[in-house]
Design a protein around this ligand. Sequence first.
Ligand code: WTA
Length: 650
Amino acid sequence: MAEFIDSILKEHRIFYPSDEFSRKSYIKHMKEYSKIYKKSIENPEAFWADKANGLEWIKKWDIVLRNDMGFFKWFEGGYLNVSYNCLDRIVKAGKKDKIALIWEPESGEEKTYTYGQLLKEVCKFTNVLKKFGVKRGHIVEIYLPMIPELPIAMLACARIGAIHSVVFAGFSSDALKDRIQDSKAELLITADGSFRNGKIFPLKDNADAALKECPTIQKVVVVKRADNSIYMQEGRDFWWHDLMNKKNIADFCEPESMHAEESLFILYTSGTTGKPKGILHTQAGYLLFSYLTFKWVFDIKDNDIYFCTADIGWITGHSYIVYGPLSNGATVVMYEGSPTYPNPDRFWRIIEKYRVTIFYTAPTAIRALAKEGDSWPNNCNLKSLRLLGTVGEPINPEAWMWYYNAIGKGRCPIVDTWWQTETGGILITPLPGATPLKPGSATKPFFGIIADVLREDGSKANVNEGGYLVIRNAWPGMLRTIWNDPQRYKEAYFEKFGVYLTGDSARIDEDGYFWIMGRVDDVIKVAGHRIGSAEVESSLVSHKAVAEAAVVPFPHEIKGQAIYAFVVLKKGVKNNENLKEELRQHVANSVGPIAKPDKIQFADDLPKTRSGKIMRRILKAIAEGGKDYGNIATLADPGIVEVLVRSRVK
Ligand code: WTA
């Protein structure tokens, strides 16, 4: 971390978009940005109302924004349908035969869907859901890999007003179980398996294990993807293709008229304490925000081919594979598998194959692929690219430069987009035709967003002084609450400063550019994936050998951050390398492989205050290999620090 902060403090290079790029873009100059920005924050309601006219409404809203005791409501009194806006509206605009979705499987033949075809598939699956008795307001759990059935299922839910809750297919059965139990879904959509690095991941087996403790689930729809042998429970489990191929399934279904503030989806994400929280997004505000940010940040034009490497199981896939691109009538490439399968040029091959013009990925992928050397991208034709994007974690200037030169060949602006599951869409970002870029900076707030950096006491930080990143106003894509826990919503986001607390630290430089420094809470960004230290700790202590555990991040060359676990074993348990591997596997089984600790240090005790609170700050310094542990005098046993430092895992 120290190295990273050092490198961004020294970063003074500036890169301008080419005149040609600017001329063709929606926002062509910083003067234009500043003018629109000023208007958007002086009168946000007028700004958003004007933009909302770009969507098709069944009935227009009565009021743009209302603060209902800390819960924000957008476009109340308005009615629309999200799937209609993403499909029917595009078909009606003459794009029935335009390709909506290109699906690239890890191996095998690609599949494409035009807007007309996608609409039919979505309608058919909506009719399947209806036959199962799914109605507006019901929750549908989706545990699918990156296959077309995933966006189809989401849009089908949106069409009848069912609330989807997508669980990342890389999560374990325990993680799935927790999310189903919290959301109390009645129907689950999954697949027999998924492919990654040529291997099959047993999704249905995981689902079966989870369902043993999920009595609310009545029916399961299973997509045949891996063709492996699975258990199908009579009366509960149904094949997707059987249901879709029934003769009486119509290929049209009238979209429901949804109130702007009815729920669209829940997406679970890790927070500071306890179990993951179900972030709730609603219909109109979320759609408008993903629509407009996608349009302007990616400067989308009718002939663009857009490829986002995120998994739809995370917010990036929700907003920038499904809702944002489709509501803009864009052509989206979705890829099922690993970036290095069969070789580390898979992304570059996909760009070449489909003549991708806009490419959006994560710093982790950039670092990992940069390490493989320039010959992989150099052997592919990347001339079609015109714009690059990154998301999910801070990008170090070296990785930025590699991306800019080796992939963008110095021609393509990079949009470093900062946002969160909670924000629904991008909040801090360059606008590619306007914003001069500084490698490592997410640059400036999007329209209608007032971002700031505060000190602990709530006062405004000075130029270049690090502090808490906050958002001072409401925006249409913001989360509405935490599912089943409105109190936690207020506490987690608004209690500290009375304005939206992001959980990140940042500084603002002399040009008003934002430099995101990372999380200040107990969330760890492992390869861009959001993991709660509490989740990993509770998994570790659920192992029979473990008495206590504390988990902190440490800097990792490729993944940005990785997990370092301090583990106190129960009396009499022998510590050895085998046990470390067993614990890693245990975490993989109970959370998911992405949450495995890279390093495990066995300890006799952990640094605690006299009241018994574990001092993670000290553990973090130890894990980072730093020398400054701060004040250790308040520890019950200050001597413990030296003992832990001596046996640090390098
Ligand atoms: C981090 C992902 C630096 C940040 C869309 C945030 C970033 C968390 C960036 C949210 C960026 C996201 N630069 N950090 N461009 N984008 N982050 O909910 O710490 O999975 O709070 O949403 O990712 O992660 P989440």
